[in-house]
Write a protein that binds this ligand. Sequence first.
Ligand SMILES: [Zn+2]
Length: 405
Amino acid sequence: MILRARTVITNTGTPIENGAVAVAKNRFVAAGGFDEIRAMHTGEVIDLGEQVLMPGLVNAHCHLDYTMMRRAINPQRSFTEWILRINALKRSLDNDDYRAAIAKGFAELKQWGTTTVANIESFPELLPDMTPPPIRTWWFFEMIDVRHRLAGEETIAGTLSFFDQRPDWIGGFGLSPHAPYTASGKLYELTADASEQLAMPVTTHVAESREEWEMFRHGRGELHDFMEKLGRWMFDNQERRTPLAHIAAHARLGPRWLLAHMNELDEPDFALLAAMPQPPSVVHCPGSHRYFRHSPFPLKRLREIGVNVCLGTDSLASTLTLSMFDEMRILARQEPQLDPSEILKMATLNGAKALGIEAGKIAPGSLADLIALPHADNAREVHAAVIENREPVAWMMLDGKILSQ
Ligand SMILES: [Zn+2]
């Protein structure tokens, strides 16, 4: 199949005017000028007209379970207050609510051009009855062992039973110890071992809030007191390591890890990342970051030391939409010096890289996930125009198949 559009953004070179893409089965074969592609490849030609054709968006951090929580929690005085509010809300919901939330979340992701999502699943027991996901989905099994710190092996064993064969599901499975304040060092250790043995990605929330920093570095503060009251064993960090150093002391971090947030880092943390031959990826969630009024995200430093930084929405309990266009716009406002083409890569290519898949770009052999957007005629620069898109995405290709919206 050959797809033609006014402009093609490949993420591997400059945008192609009057461009075309050749697709065979679920992979790209070639991209280039329309005449050149038509001369070299056979198959049906679909002309998308005055549109921009580009890789589908990759949301590298999402919690579809909480899609019904839009505007349900006003920004709180503290991060700990927010945890109390979401926990109370969760207690008022049942499995049918979560099933409905996941379906609604998928619809919203698709509407806004997301073709791949990394979804952290807090209720994996819902999965056996679920129909195959409508977009490429990585299900990360969330693990928490606050009160049962010796049950790590059982937690992992239970988790692995969740990865029963589901051949018609596109995407994959991963592990997600929730955060260093809710997952024990032992759980991180077992997760790292399982990830290596099974070549499985891992995601975790790290160094998100000032309260988390205070708990780890100073052994005090609101989150510290709350976790202590919950029964967490509080003597696991006598060295007063930072949240990142604490995880790194238990687990060998590498390219299979997606560290979400990473707002609170000190110089030794940057040195620790810089010294890793293959550092983990970092996921920034601009809307959620703004909601919580976290410390500035150290994007420039992380990029300078070669960390792959990608974008996610987080859940609707701390942001307003599941649109990656909104996330790109918030980031563009926060970081006006950042080139729009880089922002677009953070929302596509970098997320795919973090998940270890050949996607997020139009290159021979990579997965054929595409979206088309109306071409803005007055746009000086096509990447900036894409970031400004405010229309639902009307055309999408997923795994080589055109989806009707
Ligand atoms: Zn999260």
